[in-house]
Design a binder for this molecule. Structure first.
Ligand SMILES: [Zn+2]
Length: 363
């Protein structure tokens, strides 16, 4: 047999409307003091709290600027966002938003502002933040808000960021009911939309997420004023955040107790399961599962051409099975996830030779 080659899902971009989810970035270190800090109202009990940094840039490396006159409304919306988080989740989760005035620091602009400051990851780490929002002068980006997650599409890995380019003149537009354009000041609900991309990437609700999660308002009968394609609908977000989005096979979304059970990106209480596949002697293989997995795993053995020769549920911690004949085989495990572990679908390819079968039949 030969060493397995793992196949994992490719990094993806959920490019819907002008709001989107992209791949990873990195950086170095910084210590800073917030100019304002807004916390969700207190809840009856202690619940998971997302610590979010909101960094405001006024000048870009391409010379664009945005007016400081918008600062009061920027702060007001950050405060509203923090309130929305606890209210819309029925106190399942809270947020603390620390706002940083980056002063004379220059936003590293590029054609479509794919980049962000080099200290992003270090800033998150230094402040113990779960997430980061950037507001900066627009350079005509193809989006009004975008979310980068180093945790997508596998869940619960590094915390990351959302970016909001704003009109250089500081005009405000979103709340007038116009369609999105890049002159918008990020509203509380637009911030909530982007944050929810992070939430969907991180949490593993027992009911599952509705489809197409953050962008599903119209599909679930929350029409608002902008269907089709509604992406910013607070009532829908609240339903997602309470496990109340109705679908044919039952409600979807995250229920109030699950936020605290699973933690936050900087303090995760849920982890990736170690689903081990090993080759044994005599053309046998074993699957080993961690204790307390909280669910069964479906094992599928396929030929390289994709024909399934074995499929079964693994309900015990260890299972040994035989490979039927020499050749290359794809061994896939499918775990739906649980309260302790993320869903996982590893596949690995194995080669078996005639010599591996030589002893078969002997005692
Ligand atoms: Zn989106």
């Amino acid at each position: 047999m030969s060493k397995p080659r793992s196949t994992t899902p490719g990094a993806g971009c959920l490019a819907l409307l002008l709001l989107c989810l992209l791949g990873p970035l990195a950086g170095s270190s910084q210590a800073a003091t917030p100019v304002a800090s807004f916390a969700s109202p207190a809840c009856p009990t202690d619940v998971a709290t997302w610590h979010i940094a909101y960094r405001l840039y006024w000048t870009s490396s391409l010379g664009q600027t945005t007016s400081r006159s918008a600062l009061p409304s920027t702060l007001r919306r950050a405060e509203e966002f923090a309130t929305d988080v606890s209210e819309d989740s029925a106190c399942g989760v809270r947020a603390v938003v620390d706002v940083f005035d980056e002063g004379a620091a220059i936003w590293p602009a590029s054609k479509n502002s794919e980049g962000s400051p080099a200290d992003t990851q270090a800033f998150l780490a230094a402040g113990g933040y779960d997430w980061i929002f950037y507001r900066f002068p627009s350079n005509g980006e193809s989006y009004c808000a975008i979310t980068n997650s180093t945790g997508f599409p596998t869940q619960g890995t590094s915390p990351s960021q959302s970016r909001f380019p704003v009109d250089p003149e500081g005009r405000l537009g979103c709340e007038a009911g116009s369609r999105f354009d890049c002159t918008c000041e990020p509203s509380d609900v637009l911030m909530e939309h982007e944050w929810l991309h992070a939430v969907v990437a991180f949490y593993n609700p027992r009911l599952g997420w509705p489809r197409p999660d953050v962008h599903g308002a119209c599909a679930h009968g929350f029409p608002g004023s902008r269907c089709p394609g509604e992406g910013v609908n607070e009532a829908y977000f609240a339903a997602m955040m309470q496990g109340l989005v109705e679908e044919a096979d039952g409600p979807k979304g995250i229920e109030p107790d699950e936020w605290t059970r699973q933690g936050t990106p900087a303090h995760p209480l849920i982890s990736h399961p170690r689903l081990r596949v090993r080759a044994l002697r005599r053309a046998r293989m074993s699957v080993s599962l961690p204790p307390g997995l909280g669910g069964s795993v479906r094992l599928t053995v396929k030929t390289r051409q994709g024909r399934t020769v074995r499929t079964q549920l693994v309900r015990t911690r260890k299972l040994v099975f035989s490979i039927p004949r020499p050749g290359r085989w794809l061994v896939c495990l499918d775990f739906e996830g649980s309260e302790s572990y993320y869903r996982a679908r590893p596949c690995s390819e194995w080669s078996f030779y005639r010599s591996d079968f030589a002893h078969r039949g002997r005692k």
